[in-house]
Ligand binder design. Structure first.
Ligand code: FAD
Ligand code: SF4
Length: 574
C-alpha cells in the first residue's frame, strides 16, 4: 500500500534538461514543485579526475541500469521482440541532470521546414511526393513562434556560435550569447573544402563554453578546456552546459523546489481525463509513495514518457493497423550513414584533444535547402566534421585491407591514430505507420510492469538519403586531400547492437489536431489538460540535427503554457 503524501501544485517526473527547465521557470514564478528522479544525485565534484574511458564510456557509469528496466526491440511485426540487455545503438541517461550531464553539447535549432514539413513538402512537390506509409505531419507551431524560446535556451546555456547569420537556417532574433569555439586545423580544412565546392560552412553552435559566461540568472561558468572527455562524461569545469550547473541551482535557490532522487515513478494516477498525481517507488527501500498533484509533467525521456502513459492508460494507444490512436505513434531515429574517412600519410592531427561540440558543418543538404524533385527521398542531413576527443579503447581506425590482428595491424593502428579524419552526416528520419512504440506482451521490469517495445527499421527513404549524402561527404573529403579515402554509402537493416545515436524521437507527438497528435503546441495533452509531456517525444519526425536545442525551446514554451494554465486554473491552452 502506497504512503499518501500531501498534495503539491506540480509534480515533475524526471530531472533532465526538460524537467529542470520547467522546474526553474515555475519555481521562479513562485510555484511549488516536486521533482522526482529515479537516479542518484549528481554534482560537478563527482567528475573530478573523471577521465576514465573504461568506467564511463565503456561501462556506462551514468546510464540507466538495463538489468532493472530496458526496452524490447524488433525490426518488424513479423519477428519476436527481445530485451536490450547491454548498451548498443543508443544510451539512456539516469540521475540528476539525465543525459544532459554526458551529452556532447552540439546545439542546433530545427529548420523552419521541419515545423511545417507536410505543408511545405506538398506546396513544393505535391502530395504524390510523400510515399505510402510515411506519416509526415506539421508540428502545430512554426519556427517563428518557437524562435523566442530557442533564444531563451541559448542565453541560459551560453551557446557559443558565430556572429553571422547562417543563410541555410531559420532567422535568429539575436546573435549567440558567446562567440564560437576555436577552429582546429581539421575544421579549417573542412571549411576551405566546403567553400571551394560552393557550400556554406559554419562552426557548430556549442554548449561547451568558448569563453567564461554569466547568464541572466547570475550563473557563471568557466570556459571549456578542450579536454576531450566530454561525450559520455560529466564536465569537471562546469564548462559544458548541463542541467545541474545551469537551471537546477536557480530553481533550488527559490526554495520552491523539492527534488527527490531514487524515486522511480511507476504510474500516473487519474480520474477519467484528470490526473490526480503519481505513484513512485523509493529505489533504495522499495517503499511506494503516492504524490498527489494538481498538474503532472512527464519529462522522463521518449521511452518512459510513452511507457508511463501506456501503463497508466492515459491517452489513446496507437494502433498501426487501424492507423488510430496517438500514444506510441511516429517513433523516429537518426540516420548516421554516408560518412567518408580520409587517411593522411603526410599530416598529423591532435585527435585526442577536443570538445563534445567542437566541429564545423554545412546545411546545404539539410531540410529542403536543395531540390528534391528528382530524388527518392525527402529532407536531408547536416554534414560535419567533429573533433570530440578520440577515445583510445573505442577507436582504432585503419584503412580497409589492414589485417585485423598481428604486426601489420599494430603498425597501421599506431600510424593512423592521429592521421584520420571523418566527414560524417547526421541524417533526418521520417515517421512511418509501422514504426512505433507499444507495450511488450512478454517482458517486464523489476516492478512487474511491461517493458516498452520498439518496432523500427530503415526504409528505402533512409537508404537513398545515405547514398546521396555519401557523394557529398566524399566530394568534401577529396578537397581535403587525404592520401586515401573510404566512403560508406550503404545502410541495410537497422541493427540495435552498434552505437549510432541517442536521438530517439516521437511517441507523444505534438500537433494542431487531437485526432493525429497527443499534445498541443504547449505540450499539454489533448486528453488530459493537467498533464504536460515534454521532450523529444513531442517531435512528429526527426530532423537532420541533434535534438536538444529544440527540446530546450519546447520545454521553455511548455513552461510558459504551464504558468498560463496555473493562472487560469485549468482548461486547454489552445
Ligand atoms: C552520449 C550522448 C551524447 C549526446 N550528445 C548530444 C548533443 O551533442 N547534442 C544534442 O542535441 N543532444 C545530444 N544528446 C541527446 C541529449 O542528451 C538529450 O536530447 C537530452 O539530454 C534529453 O533531455 P530530457 O530531459 O528530455 O531527457 P533525459 O536527459 O533522458 O532526462 C530524463 C530523466 O528522467 C529520469 N526518469 C526516467 N524515467 C523515470 C521514472 N519513471 N521516474 C523518475 N525519473 C525517471 C531519467 O533518469 C532521466 O534523468 C546526447 C545523448 C547522449 C547519450
Ligand atoms: S571538452 Fe570542455 S566542456 Fe567538455 S568536458 Fe572537457 S572542458 Fe568540459
Amino acid at each position: 500500500m502506497a504512503t499518501k503524501l500531501p498534495k503539491v501544485p506540480v509534480v515533475i517526473v524526471g530531472m533532465g534538461w526538460a524537467g529542470t527547465i520547467i522546474a526553474s521557470e515555475l519555481t521562479k514564478a513562485g510555484t511549488k514543485v516536486v521533482g522526482l528522479e529515479r537516479g542518484k544525485n549528481r554534482s560537478t565534484q563527482d567528475y573530478f579526475m573523471v577521465h576514465d574511458e573504461l568506467r564511463y564510456a565503456q561501462r556506462y557509469e551514468m546510464m540507466q541500469d538495463l538489468s532493472r528496466e530496458t526496452i524490447t526491440f524488433r525490426n518488424t511485426e513479423k519477428v519476436k521482440s527481445l530485451p536490450m540487455r547491454s548498451y548498443g545503438s543508443f544510451l539512456m541517461g539516469d540521475g540528476l541532470g539525465g543525459a544532459g550531464i554526458h551529452w556532447n553539447g552540439q546545439n542546433f535549432r530545427f529548420l523552419p521546414y521541419d515545423f511545417e514539413i507536410y505543408s511545405k513538402t506538398v506546396e513544393r512537390y505535391g502530395k504524390k511526393k510523400i510515399p505510402d506509409g510515411m506519416q509526415l505531419q506539421d508540428w502545430g507551431i512554426t519556427y517563428d513562434q518557437l524562435e523566442p524560446y530557442f533564444d531563451k535556451f541559448e542565453k541560459m546555456a551560453g551557446i557559443s556560435g558565430e556572429k553571422e547569420q547562417n543563410p541555410m537556417v531559420g532567422k535568429r532574433s539575436a546573435p549567440f550569447p558567446v562567440g564560437p569555439m576555436k577552429k582546429s586545423p581539421m575544421m579549417k580544412m573542412f571549411e576551405d573544402a566546403s567553400k571551394k565546392l560552393g557550400f556554406h560552412p559554419y562552426v557548430i553552435p556549442s554548449a561547451n563554453l568558448a569563453d567564461a559566461y554569466t547568464n541572466s540568472d547570475g550563473i557563471s561558468r568557466a570556459a571549456c578546456q578542450y579536454c576531450g572527455f566530454c561525450e559520455r562524461f560529466g564536465c569537471e569545469y562546469g564548462a559544458k552546459a548541463d542541467p545541474v550547473v545551469t537551471v537546477l541551482p536557480v530553481a533550488q535557490k527559490t526554495g520552491n523546489l523539492e527534488v527527490r532522487t531514487f524515486s522511480n515513478v511507476i504510474r500516473v494516477l487519474h480520474t477519467g481525463s484528470k490526473a490526480t498525481g503519481v505513484v513512485y517507488v523509493n529505489t533504495m527501500t522499495g517503499e511506494e509513495f503516492e504524490q498527489p498533484a494538481d498538474v503532472v509533467v512527464l519529462t522522463s525521456y521518449v521511452f518512459n514518457n510513452v511507457r508511463l502513459l501506456l501503463t497508466s492508460k492515459l491517452g489513446k494507444p496507437y494502433d498501426p493497423q487501424a492507423g488510430t490512436g496517438v500514444i506510441g505513434k511516429n517513433y523516429a531515429y537518426q540516420i548516421v550513414g554516408g560518412q567518408t574517412v580520409g587517411y593522411y600519410d603526410d599530416k598529423e592531427f591532435n585527435l585526442y584533444m577536443g570538445a563534445g561540440a567542437l566541429g564545423s558543418a554545412i546545411d546545404d543538404f539539410n531540410g529542403d535547402n536543395f531540390d528534391h524533385g528528382s530524388l527518392n527521398f525527402l529532407h536531408g542531413a547536416n554534414i560535419r566534421i567533429t573533433q570530440t576527443g578520440m577515445r583510445p579503447i573505442a577507436n582504432n581506425p585503419t584503412p580497409n585491407g589492414t589485417p585485423k590482428w598481428g604486426k601489420a595491424f599494430k603498425q597501421a593502428s599506431i600510424k593512423y591514430a592521429n592521421r584520420n579524419l571523418v566527414v560524417a552526416t547526421q541524417g533526418s528520419n521520417m515517421a512511418w505507420r509501422h514504426h512505433y512504440l507499444d507495450l511488450d506482451p512478454t517482458y517486464k521490469d523489476v516492478y512487474g510492469l511491461p517493458l516498452l517495445r520498439l518496432t523500427y527499421d530503415f526504409e528505402d527513404q533512409d537508404k537513398e538519403l545515405v547514398k546521396f549524402m555519401a557523394t557529398k561527404t566524399s566530394a568534401i573529403m577529396k578537397e581535403m586531400k587525404p592520401t586515401k579515402q573510404e566512403t560508406a554509402n550503404v545502410i541495410t537493416t537497422y541493427n540495435i547492437v552498434p552505437y549510432q545515436s541517442t536521438h530517439n524521437t516521437g511517441g507523444v507527438i505534438m500537433g494542431a489536431d487531437p485526432g493525429t497528435s497527443a499534445v498541443n503546441s504547449y505540450l499539454q495533452m489533448w486528453d488530459a489538460d493537467n498533464v504536460f509531456v515534454v521532450g523529444a517525444s513531442a517531435f512528429p519526425h526527426n530532423s537532420g540535427y541533434n535534438p536538444t536545442g529544440t527540446v530546450g525551446a519546447l520545454a521553455y514554451r511548455a513552461a510558459d503554457g504551464l504558468l498560463q494554465y496555473l493562472k487560469k486554473g485549468g482548461g486547454s491552452l489552445v
